[in-house]
Every structure is written in C-alpha cells, then in structure tokens.
Ligand binder design. Structure first.
Ligand SMILES: C[S@@+](CC[C@H](N)C(=O)[O-])C[C@H]1O[C@@H](n2cnc3c(N)ncnc32)[C@H](O)[C@@H]1O
Length: 346
C-alpha cells in the first residue's frame, strides 16, 4: 500500500489509471500468446498424453526417458501450474489441474490447428512486405491440419453428419479430403456395416490416418489412399460407386481463385459418380460487424484461412454454388451457434 501511495504521489492518478487499464487490456493478449506456445510444446512432447494416461507425471523421470531439458520443462510446467492448467505435488510431480481435462479432451484439436498455421504468424511482417508468400516460403504443417481438424470436428459436425448418414441408411462412404480419418473411424465404430474409403492429397496425413485405423482395428473396413479429388477416375476405379460422399472443411480450400474451381470440381464429382449424394460441411462467412458484436473463435479461423489462400463465403453463396454445380439441396443441418452448416446434396 505504501508503494502505491508513493507511486500515486510521483506519477499522479491519471498516469496510474492508464497503467492499470493497459495491464487489464494487455495481459490476456500476451498470456494468450505465451500460454498457447507452452501448452502446444507440452502436447507435442507427449507430456499431456502421459498426464491423462497415468494421472501424474514425475518430471525428472519424464525428462530422462525422453532426453529433455529438465530445467526448461520445469519452467513450462510451473507456468501452467500458476494458471491452473496443472497441479503440483512437491517439487517434481505434476498432476491434472482445474483446466487439464477440458484442455486435453476438447481443446487439443484447436491447439493442433494453431500449430499447423504457426509459420504464417512468424512471417506476417515479411508477407506484408511482399518478401515472403504463403505456399512458397511460408507453409502450413499438413499433418497438424489433418490431426487438428479431425480432433476438433469429432466434437460437433462429425456426430451431426453421422446422424444424417444413419437416418438415410448410407453404408458405403467415400470421404474426400479425409484428414486423420476420424470421421470414418467414428462411423465404422458405431455401425459394423459401414465401409469407408478416404482420400487425401497429403501423404503425411494418409500415413497418420492409416496408422489410426490400424490401431482402431478397422483396417478391414476402412481404406485410405493418397489422391487428388480433382482427379476422380483413379478413385472411382478403386472404390466403385459409394452410397454417399462426404467432405468436411475441404471445399473452402479451393475458393482462393473464385467459386468456379469448386463448381467445376462438384460438376466432375456428379459426372464421375452419377446419382451419388454429397454431404459437405463448411464454416460460413461472418462479417466484421457481426464479429464486433460476438467475437467468436471463428474470427481467428477466418484470419488464418484468408492468410493462407483459402476462402470463406456466406451460406447463401454456398447454396448458389451447389445449385450451379447441378446439385439440389435435400437438407441443411445448420449450426448457427458455431457458424457452420452441413449440406446434404443430391
Ligand atoms: C481442413 S482439412 C479437413 C480434414 C478432414 N476432412 C476433417 O474434417 O478433419 C482439409 C484436408 O483436405 C485435404 N486436401 C486438400 N486438397 C486436397 C485435394 N486436392 N485432394 C484431396 N485432399 C485434399 C488436406 O490435405 C487436408 O487433410
């Protein structure tokens, strides 16, 4: 208190008030940056996997087993202990904290997606100065795009789409841009008659999906292949005619050069697989005015998508694209609370 009174006398109330306001505004922003990096680092080192599995992590033992720097690990863990993401017993044993469960069960995918696009944010200034460009010197981490997307989508759109597929009785499913295979894995686990085929352009992601399918004991019912969905004939040769195709968060990746690319792709899909319905899930565009009223997590999603040459359009524009491609909209499962829609197209 004496310190505060002295500062008040030296600096004056206006200056002190300004400092307080700046702290209130700045701390959550700074902390968001530091905490995100620290949490992602511990995810990547397997710390949270061990914590979830064992209910505790003995830090010196963990550091020894994985040949890690104990001093750095301790700094990171104590930082998260201060923020209630971890608890601690004695000097060395870290336990789940108040926020650990929600972090590991719900937010992990979000952290993986941020990590996937991290390079963009390291090179923002160089990109703004036109010294570096996305797709050339600046890249996303494909494995983490697939992993993060699947682990996030399994919480909401995947079960919603699976419900639609069950209602329609579709069993042979082709997932276009399948990422880590999570959608097909969930579908096949819930119904033993489901046969899944996944296609993804990234060999890294296909390797990850195949490994996960093997671990889930579903290799006899789900097949994953490297392929480009713009080149559909080889996919048709391998898969035959599915009951339905699905695509989750894939079509917007091709919007950068305008909607025609997506329209051409969908026309090709209809021609190659006549009569096959398409169930597609996309995030819909939100205007800055709407974000100012409700700055949801989609705000950051729009930012890194637009910076990485992807696109976002309003749901009415999606519908126009579908109609122009020759599809008719059978049903829309609208999740307006999180700005996304699942479109069932025939
Ligand atoms: C945002 S991720 C979505 C992954 C998955 N559908 C999900 O929801 O978890 C987009 C995926 O589309 C894949 N992709 C992009 N272009 C593709 C193409 N031309 N052919 C096949 N896959 C593609 C990417 O490799 C990536 O795994």
């Amino acid at each position: 208190m004496a310190g505060l009174l002295k500062a008040l006398r030296v600096l004056g109330p206006t200056h002190l008030w300004k400092l307080r306001r700046a702290q209130a505004l700045g701390t959550p922003i700074e902390r968001g940056f530091f905490a995100t990096r620290v949490i992602q680092c511990l995810f990547n080192l397997g710390f949270f996997d061990e914590l979830t599995r064992e209910g505790r992590v003995d830090l010196p033992d963990f550091a020894l087993r994985f040949d890690l720097d104990l001093r750095i690990l301790r700094l990171l863990c104590d930082y998260l202990y201060s923020l209630h993401f971890l608890d601690r017993r004695g000097e060395n044993t870290y336990l789940p904290g108040r926020h650990t469960r929600i972090l590991c069960e719900v937010l992990r995918g979000t952290f993986d997606i941020i990590y996937a696009y991290e390079d963009l944010f390291h090179h923002l200034e160089a990109m703004a100065r036109k010294e570096k460009a996305y797709g050339k010197q600046v890249k996303r981490r494909e494995e983490f795009v697939g992993k993060g997307s699947g682990q996030s989508a399994k919480l909401l759109p995947f079960p919603m789409a699976a419900d639609l597929i069950r209602r329609k009785g579709f069993q042979k499913i082709l997932d276009l841009g399948c990422g880590d295979g999570e959608f097909l894995i969930g579908l096949a686990k819930a119904d033993e008659n489901v046969r899944g085929y996944g296609v993804d352009i990234s060999a890294e992601v296909v390797e990850l999906a195949s490994r996960r399918i093997l671990e889930a004991g579903l290799a006899d019912r789900i097949q994953i292949m490297v392929g480009d969905i713009f080149d559909l004939e080889p996919i048709r040769t391998q898969v035959g005619q599915p009951d339905a195709a699905t695509s989750f968060y894939v079509l917007h990746e091709f919007l950068w050069n305008g909607p025609e690319v997506v329209i051409d792709l969908l026309r090709k899909l209809r021609k190659t697989f006549p009569g096959m319905p398409l169930i597609t899930c996309e995030i819909t565009q939100v205007q800055p005015e709407q974000f100012r009223r409700h700055p949801s997590i989609i705000l950051e999603h729009h930012l890194f998508h637009d910076l990485s040459q992807q696109g976002s359009i309003p749901r009415q524009e999606w519908k126009r694209i579908f109609v122009e491609s020759g599809y008719s909209l059978e049903e829309e499962v609208r999740m307006d609370f999180s700005e996304m829609s699942i479109f069932h197209l025939c």
